[in-house]
Design a protein around this ligand. Structure first.
Ligand SMILES: [Mg+2]
Length: 328
């Protein structure tokens, strides 16, 4: 299977329109298997071990057909990176026509965070606001910040306010249901996302297909925890995002808009996932041949990615794929 992956491999670098996760271009590896196109795009600093589920997810999408969908289009939220200034915020929000939920990245300077949230509320007074802290608050900081934030109006939920399970549990007790907590890194960065005990720690789980090892694994995780789910992305190209859309399409319940419109943060993509009225249709996009050529990385970079795939395969993706019985 490794040879087949490497044979059809394209590695491209897509420009981003904003600085997201300190990334100004997004490198993604794409390959085509018997069941369709697949994306392998762990962030560049991840080691082979952390890359394993990402490769497993890609192999699943290349070799397995997606589960039966229960919906054909997915409600999505606008994603606002940690940018400042009302004009810049208005510009970014205009990229998401019809989206009635807005996820705001915060967790830096509290004053700047409050200003960003207040700018969004002024620009989109009817939108539902959710905030993502990426685990950067202590319990005390979370308590103080949430109090100030909620004075400006309600929020849908706060995503990963603190980093550890103990802190989340303590905070949840303090919040007493007044603000819902969503867990992201607590699951995604866990050694075994199936065995994390999320009881009394979070109200909602974020599922990201690639870091969790694919659709079937994500469905298993959702079932295990039995909490409402929001499917989100890792700033993938349209190929990786389409896989998130398929996961969202197959979940029995989908109570919240999903973070799958992040293609809008890319300056250029390999395919178009049309966003209309706040929804994206579930499709199986094919990369445009021009895009694969125009955005391809240097030969040196390509060799680095081929080696990365090889070491990730050996590190654990191979065993995982063969345990699943996937063949190519
Ligand atoms: Mg998050």
């Amino acid at each position: 299977m490794l040879d087949s992956i490497l044979e059809s491999l394209h590695v491209i670098s897509l420009p981003t329109k904003t600085n997201f996760r300190s990334v100004t271009s997004r490198e993604v590896a794409l390959f085509e298997g018997p069941a369709g196109w697949a994306e392998f795009s762990p962030f560049l600093e991840y080691d082979a071990k952390e890359c394993v589920p990402w490769l497993v997810s890609a192999v699943e999408s290349a070799t397995q057909s997606a589960p039966e969908p229960v919906r054909t289009s997915i409600p999505v939220n606008a994603t606002l990176p940690a940018v400042n200034g009302s004009e810049r915020i208005a510009e970014i929000l205009s990229w998401y026509p019809g989206c009635s939920s807005i996820k705001i990245k915060i967790g830096g300077n509290l004053e700047a965070d409050l200003k960003r949230i207040s700018d969004v509320r002024t620009l989109s007074p009817n939108a539902s606001i959710r905030i993502d802290v990426n685990g950067s608050w202590t319990i005390d900081q979370a308590r103080v910040a949430l109090q100030s934030i909620c004075q400006g109006g309600p929020i849908q939920y706060v995503e990963q306010p603190c980093s550890t399970i103990e802190e989340l549990r303590e905070l949840k007790k303090l919040l007493n249901g007044e603000v819902l907590i969503a867990g992201d890194e607590i699951l995604r960065k866990a050694h075994d996302p199936l065995s994390v005990d999320l009881r009394d720690a979070v109200d909602i789980v974020m599922l990201k297909v690639a870091p969790l090892g694919g659709i079937s694994r994500s469905l298993e995780i959702a079932k295990k925890h039995g909490l409402p789910v929001v499917v989100s992305s890792a700033l993938e190209s349209a190929i990786g995002l389409s896989y998130g859309l398929k996961l969202a399409a197959s979940l029995p319940e989908l109570p919240y808009a999903c973070g799958l419109a992040t293609g809008k943060l890319l300056g250029s993509d390999v395919a178009e996932l049309a966003l209309m009225g706040g929804f994206i249709e579930v499709t199986s996009p094919t990369p445009a041949p021009d895009a694969l050529i125009n955005h391809r990385v240097s030969d040196e970079k390509l060799s680095w990615w081929r080696e990365r795939i090889r070491s990730t395969w050996v590190e654990g993706a191979q065993d995982w794929a063969s345990a699943e019985g996937w063949v190519w």
